[in-house]
Design a protein around this ligand. Structure first.
Ligand SMILES: C[S@@+](CC[C@H](N)C(=O)[O-])C[C@H]1O[C@@H](n2cnc3c(N)ncnc32)[C@H](O)[C@@H]1O
Length: 395
C-alpha cells in the first residue's frame, strides 16, 4: 500500500529558502518548491514528523488541509466544511485560528478569522454534539489560514513552539541569534565538521552549539515536543520509530574543532551551560568544543586553517547606539588579516559598512533577515598579505 501524499509548507527566515529546500530534499520530501518565506513540499505523514524533528532551518512546519477560491467571507466558512476535522481534533481539545493575508479583498481579517473558527466549531458540533473551546494561549490545535487575492489555504500547525526552540536555551544572552538562522549561516557557508570553526563573538553560543549538534548528528528536535503529537491523527508508532532512529545515529566520537569566544566572561559561562544543556558535555570536556572568554581583537587562531562564522555586535543592537563598534571592527579586521591567514570568514550584520570598517573586500554577501532586520552575510578571504614584509628591492 502506498502512503497518502500530504502537502506541507515549511516556514523559514527570508533568504534561507534555497538552503531549506536542500535540507528537505535530503529528508526525502517530494515536490519541493521554494516560495517567499518558506518551502512547499509533499510527503507521507511521517515526512511531516521528520521535517519537524530534523529540519534545522525551518521555523515551523504546516500541514495543508484545505484550499479553495474565495471572494467573500462565506466562502471561508464553506472551505472549512470540506475538511474532516473529526479526524484531526479530539473531543475536548481546544482550538485557535490565525489568519494572515496578502492582497486579500476582504476588509476585516478579524471577521475572516471568526468565520473560519465558526465553520470548524459548527462542523464538529453537528458531528459530535459538542464544540471545541477556544484557547488563544495554549491551544491543542492551531489552524493557520492564509488568504491571497483569490485563494484561501488552511493549514494545521504541526510544530507548536517554533522550531528554533531546540529545548536547550537557558538564558537569552545579549542578542542571541535564532538557532535556525545560525543553522542557515552554517549551511550557506558550506562548513563541514572536518573544518575548524571559530566564532570570535559567540555570545550565548548559538552558532557553535548548532555546529557541534550538526557534527554529532544530533537531530535538532530530539529534546522537545511538537503540536502534531496532540492531533487525533497522530501515529505514535511511526513517531517512536523516527525518534529512536534519530537517537541511534547521535555520534559523539566525531573528530572536530569548534571554538567560540566572547569578551564577556558572564556570557561565556552561560554559553557553556547552554552547550551542556544541548547534550554537548563530552565535546566540551575534551576540548573539541571550546568556549573561552577573549577579545576578538587579540584572539589566537585555534588552527592553521578554518572558517570564522560570526554575528558581531552592530549599531542597532547596542544601546545607546555605539560609535565604537566600527572602530573595534577595524581593529578586528587588522587582527584577522595578521593572525588568521588562509581562513575564510563570514560575518552576519545589518551594517553594510562592515567591509569598509574592516578594510576587507567581500567575495560574497547574500541577503538574510534576522527577524525584521535586513542583514548581509559577508564573506571575506583572509589572505594575510597585508602584513607580509615586502621583499627589499635590489638594484
Ligand atoms: C550580536 S552578539 C552575538 C550573539 C550570538 N551570535 C548569540 O547567538 O548569542 C555580539 C557579541 O559580541 C560580544 N563582543 C563585543 N565586543 C567584543 C570583542 N571585542 N571581542 C569579543 N566579543 C565581543 C558581545 O559580548 C556580544 O555577546
Amino acid at each position: 500500500m502506498t502512503a497518502r501524499l500530504l502537502n506541507y509548507f515549511a516556514v523559514c527566515p527570508r533568504g534561507l529558502e534555497p538552503a531549506l529546500a536542500d535540507e528537505l530534499d535530503g529528508l526525502g520530501a517530494q515536490s519541493v518548491r521554494t516560495e517567499s518565506g518558506g518551502v512547499a513540499f509533499s510527503g507521507a505523514q511521517d515526512t511531516g514528523y521528520s521535517a519537524n524533528l530534523h529540519s534545522r532551518i525551518a521555523s515551523r512546519i504546516l500541514w495543508q488541509v484545505g484550499r479553495r477560491g474565495y471572494t467573500a467571507e462565506q466562502h471561508l466558512y464553506d472551505a472549512t466544511q470540506e475538511i474532516r476535522w473529526q479526524d484531526l481534533i479530539c473531543p475536548g481539545q481546544t482550538l485557535r485560528v490565525d489568519v494572515t493575508a496578502s492582497r486579500s479583498p476582504l476588509t476585516s481579517l478579524e471577521f475572516a478569522m471568526l468565520r473560519i473558527k465558526d465553520g470548524i466549531v459548527d462542523r464538529l458540533r453537528s458531528l459530535r454534539g459538542e464544540r471545541p473551546s477556544i484557547d488563544r494561549q495554549d491551544p491543542d490545535v492551531r489552524v493557520f489560514a492564509y488568504l491571497d487575492e483569490r485563494t484561501v489555504t488552511l493549514y494545521l500547525d504541526l510544530s507548536g513552539e517554533p522550531l528554533f526552540k531546540r529545548g536547550w536555551r537557558a538564558d537569552k544572552g545579549e542578542a542571541p541569534l535564532k538557532e535556525n538562522l545560525a543553522a542557515g549561516l552554517l549551511a550557506l557557508s558550506g562548513w563541514t565538521p572536518d573544518v575548524p570553526l571559530f566564532d570570535p563573538f559567540c555570545g550565548s553560543g548559538t552558532i557553535v552549539i548548532e555546529a557541534a549538534s550538526i557534527a554529532t548528528r544530533r537531530a535538532p528536535g530530539l529534546a522537545r515536543s511538537f503540536a502534531f503529537e496532540r492531533l487525533a491523527s497522530f501515529d505514535r508508532h511511526a513517531w517512536r520509530r523516527l525518534l529512536s532512529r534519530a537517537q541511534e545515529v547521535v555520534d559523539d566520537s566525531v573528530d572536530t574543532l569548534i571554538v567560540g569566544s566572547d569578551i564577556s566572561t558572564r556570557i561565556i559561562e552561560q554559553a557553556q551551560i547552554n552547550a551542556g544543556l544541548a547534550g554537548l558535555a563530552t565535546l566540551l570536556s575534551d576540548g573539541r568544543l571550546r568556549l573561552t572568554a577573549g577579545d576578538a581583537r587579540t584572539s589566537a587562531a585555534p588552527a592553521d586553517h578554518g572558517m570564522i562564522i560570526s554575528n558581531p555586535p552592530y549599531g542597532e543592537q547596542s544601546t545607546p547606539r555605539s560609535s565604537s563598534v566600527p572602530k573595534m571592527m577595524g581593529e578586528v579586521g587588522d587582527h584577522l588579516k595578521a593572525a588568521f591567514p588562509g581562513w575564510h570568514a563570514w560575518f552576519l550584520t545589518s551594517d553594510r559598512q562592515l567591509p569598509r570598517q574592516m578594510r576587507l573586500a567581500e567575495s560574497r554577501k547574500p541577503v538574510l533577515y534576522n527577524g525584521a532586520l535586513e542583514c548581509r552575510f559577508f564573506r571575506f578571504e583572509l589572505v594575510g598579505g597585508r602584513y607580509r614584509p615586502r621583499a627589499s628591492a635590489s638594484h
